[in-house]
Design a protein around this ligand. Structure first.
Ligand SMILES: C[S@@+](CC[C@H](N)C(=O)[O-])C[C@H]1O[C@@H](n2cnc3c(N)ncnc32)[C@H](O)[C@@H]1O
Length: 222
């Protein structure tokens, strides 16, 4: 998952994100999905040719089209829309209604009758980090937490090649995942190293045998 946004240079958005996507594909990665992080608390401002920037990209790349995705871990409450929308279903609502443009998208509204939770959208509404004074570009803990929940299980390994203040590693550590961080500035490595403590936990083996294992956080200076 790459969190990145085009900078504005000389009044124009840079194209490096598009170039990055093409280069990743050239290197054999699949560009599986793009999530949007909507920054709920962006500060108002006035610019002559644009409005304030309130979102960033989260680009998902995978080495294979088959990967682990634990969708139930990030379900959200169904929301108020369901109360009125699901009350009187039309005939179309009761069967799968395919998009007319042949995109393959379709929906069956009646599937949601009686459901309390649904899968989320690909837009994450999160406030920017205000508490972490250790890095100017730290993202909120909820951001890595959501993706770690979605794509990993306890004892899996999470890698952050641009570690910064270590938000991803600290959250992974708390969620009992192993983690590896890479950072070019040695001071950040030292700072994060002090915060990551090995976590002891018990892993349930298939034969109902408990084996003691340690969650580790590894940090490397590039
Ligand atoms: C946007 S910050 C990441 C912030 C992080 N997500 C957090 O919550 O603190 C990007 C980090 O990548 C580091 N960085 C930049 N180029 C790098 C490289 N080539 N190798 C390793 N780290 C690099 C920077 O020093 C910076 O700390």
């Amino acid at each position: 998952m790459l969190n990145i946004k085009e900078r504005v240079i000389n009044g124009e958005r840079s194209t490096y994100v598009m170039e990055l996507i093409m280069e990743m594909r050239n290197q054999g990665w699949f560009w599986t999905e793009e999530f949007i992080w909507h920054k709920k608390n962006s500060v108002p401002g006035k610019w002559p040719n644009r409005f304030r920037d309130s979102w960033e990209r989260l680009l998902q790349f995978n080495k294979s089209k088959i990967f682990n995705m634990y969708q139930d871990e990030v379900r959200v409450p169904i929301g108020d829309w369901s109360k009125s929308r699901l009350k009187n279903l039309s005939e179309t609502d009761k069967r799968r209604d395919n998009a007319k443009n042949g995109s393959g998208f379709g929906k069956n509204i009646s599937n949601w009758v009686g459901k309390e939770t649904v899968f989320p959208s690909n837009v994450l509404h999160l406030a920017t980090e205000c508490n972490n004074k250790n890095h100017s570009a730290a993202f909120p803990e909820e951001l890595p937490e959501w993706f770690i929940k979605l794509f990993t299980k306890e004892t899996d390994t999470v890698l952050d090649p641009f570690m910064g203040s270590g938000t991803t590693l600290i959250v992974a550590n708390r969620m009992k995942r192993n983690s590896i961080g890479i950072e070019i500035i040695p001071e950040y490595c030292e700072m994060v190293r002090k915060q990551i403590k090995p976590v002891e936990m018990y892993l349930l083996e298939p034969k109902l045998k408990y084996e003691k294992t340690k969650i580790k956080g590894r940090i490397a200076v590039r």
